[in-house]
Design a protein around this ligand. Structure first.
Ligand code: ZN
Length: 206
């Protein structure tokens, strides 16, 4: 069943491409927008364009940041412990740790995990950018003493953790892993804040 307006069909189609959005939800969103004043739709359209034009990856930690705020506010932040870097898979994980309010160190966002079965190797994620942070000590005001691996306890997460800890060996940096309070196979972003805090506190050397 198709609508008699091509514009409506186009928007439904675009919404349907988003993760977790089926055709029914896409129709509901489209109808909602149709009922809103033009200014409201304009703000939504503007926000969609802005996110592609203004958001970049921080040149240091690879987390998302605005074009005019690079390095990001966490990399530049006073009161952040610059001797520790927490390695995570995605920007959502940074948000999860920040929400706990306990972790005050730096981050490094990989934007993916090594997954040989999917053809994703070390060069396909932001791993080189992590190693550069140690190759160029002037990059960091205070030398990094510890790298915490906070990757999901999945096969891909474990493979990536193992690879990183091997790569960091020559640098003489303490490499730790967050504790196992996290259920095996769980995605980090769905873990509650208390569990995540405990996992960080209970990290152990690898
Ligand atoms: Zn940054």
């Amino acid at each position: 069943m198709r609508y008699t307006s091509a514009a409506i069909e186009t928007l439904i189609e675009e919404f349907s491409k988003l993760p977790g959005i089926g055709r029914k939800t896409a129709q509901r969103l489209t109808m909602y927008i149709l009922q809103q004043p033009p200014s409201s739709a304009g703000r939504l359209a503007g926000a969609l364009i802005d996110i592609k034009e203004k958001v970049i990856r921080c040149s240091v930690c690879q987390n998302v940041t605005d074009r005019d705020a690079d390095p990001c506010y966490i990399c530049c932040g006073t009161g952040r412990d610059r001797s520790i870097i927490c390695v995570v898979e995605s920007p959502v994980d940074v948000l999860a740790f920040e929400k706990t309010g306990h972790y005050k160190g730096q981050y490094h966002v990989l934007h993916g995990l090594i997954s040989p079965l999917d053809g994703i190797g070390p060069d396909d994620i932001r791993l080189r950018e992590l190693l550069i942070r140690f190759d160029n000590p002037h990059h960091e005001d205070i030398p990094v003493k510890e790298v915490v691996l906070a990757l999901s306890p999945t096969v891909e997460g474990e493979t990536t953790s193992l690879y990183i800890s091997r790569q960091l060996k020559p640098y003489g940096i303490v490499v730790t892993k967050i504790a196992r309070g996290i259920p095996v196979g769980a995605e980090l972003e769905f873990i509650d804040e208390a569990t995540l805090s405990r996992a960080m506190e209970g990290r152990f050397a690898v």
